[in-house]
Design a binder for this molecule. Structure first.
Ligand SMILES: [Zn+2]
Ligand SMILES: [Zn+2]
Length: 306
């Protein structure tokens, strides 16, 4: 399975337009050792011809242009055979609206995520301009779905949604009671080899289901949003702790590195990194600690053969 990281930052990207935190200021001015990142999206393929995107970021147009295998091979064509959404946060699905140029889209999402994006959203009509413009394929927790190409042929990949502790998007808070299908992890399996990519870009905790989903994977991407619970308050950027936003911190005794310490997945990669995170500094002690624990930090343009 071929994997290309198109974007590796959390919502807002790095730097974020309205952020003057030390990281954002430093990367703008070139005074810290860090690399700018766009918002989280990952492309996967079994054969290098048909591709599936995990999440559709607001920067999807530039992300597609950044990777030639995603370019058209005909006057009206796209090698993007489907888009898999992990939740309805705008940094994960706003890019769908940028794919409005009259081309059929196939979107894999839970019913909750589909409803949250489509219902009461007048802008969604731009993706319903002709019959069949957007096809939704329903992800159910624990059910394996074929990822298909060309309208139904096997792609060589399957996807399974795994419950991941999370929450509804900010703009839907209070609209409906929380549901396990609000935010999911993914297991993408290559049929020919049985190799699995486990994807948890957002996780408020490591449950037994999460642990089981990453345990036998060949590669795991995991929530790298915040290093510490009080990262934003500590920088004077509001009052919300990491847990308030349904992200477990990476560091500390209750962080993901500690919780996943026994997992020996060959490739372990942190993604969805918030611009405030000290992991973004190549020479930070936090980055050194993650590296020592066997974790890599995703960057835009990272490629893997899983
Ligand atoms: Zn996000
Ligand atoms: Zn910042």
């Amino acid at each position: 399975m071929l994997v290309r990281v198109l974007g590796s930052a959390a919502g807002g990207g790095f730097p974020q337009w309205n952020c003057g935190c030390p990281n954002c200021t430093g990367v703008r001015n070139g005074t810290i050792r860090a690399t700018a990142r766009t918002q989280e999206s990952v492309a996967v393929s079994a054969d290098g011809r048909g591709w599936f995107l995990i999440n559709a970021s607001p920067e999807i147009r530039a992300q597609i242009e950044s990777f030639p295998p995603l370019h058209p091979r005909g006057p009206r064509h796209s090698p993007i055979e489907g888009i898999v959404l992990t939740n309805g946060d705008l940094d994960h699905c706003l890019g769908l609206l940028s794919l409005r140029e009259s081309y059929p889209l196939v979107v894999y999402a839970t019913e909750r995520v589909r409803a949250g994006f489509t219902e009461g959203n007048v802008l969604y009509r731009t993706l319903e301009r002709f019959p069949g413009q957007t096809t939704w394929r329903t992800l159910k927790l624990g059910r394996v779905e074929d990822l298909t190409v060309g309208g139904g042929a096997p792609s060589g990949l399957t996807v399974e949604a795994v419950p991941a502790p999370g929450k509804v998007p900010l703009h839907l808070e209070g609209a409906a009671p929380p549901d396990p299908e609000d935010s999911v992890g993914l297991r993408i399996r290559e049929v020919a080899t049985g190799r699995v990519l486990a994807y948890f870009g957002a996780a408020a905790g490591v449950t037994p289901a999460v642990r089981a989903a990453v345990q036998d994977a060949a590669c795991v991407f995991f929530d790298g949003t915040f290093w510490s619970s009080d990262e934003l308050p500590g920088l004077g950027l509001g009052t919300r702790r990491a847990e308030d936003m349904a992200h477990m911190p990476v560091g500390g005794p209750s962080g993901s590195l500690a919780a996943l310490a026994g997992v020996r997945t060959p490739r372990r990669i942190l993604i969805h990194v918030n611009n405030t995170n000290p992991l973004l500094r190549d020479d930070s002690p936090e980055r050194a600690a993650a590296t020592a624990a066997g974790w890599e930090l995703a960057y835009d343009g990272m490629e893997l053969a899983v």
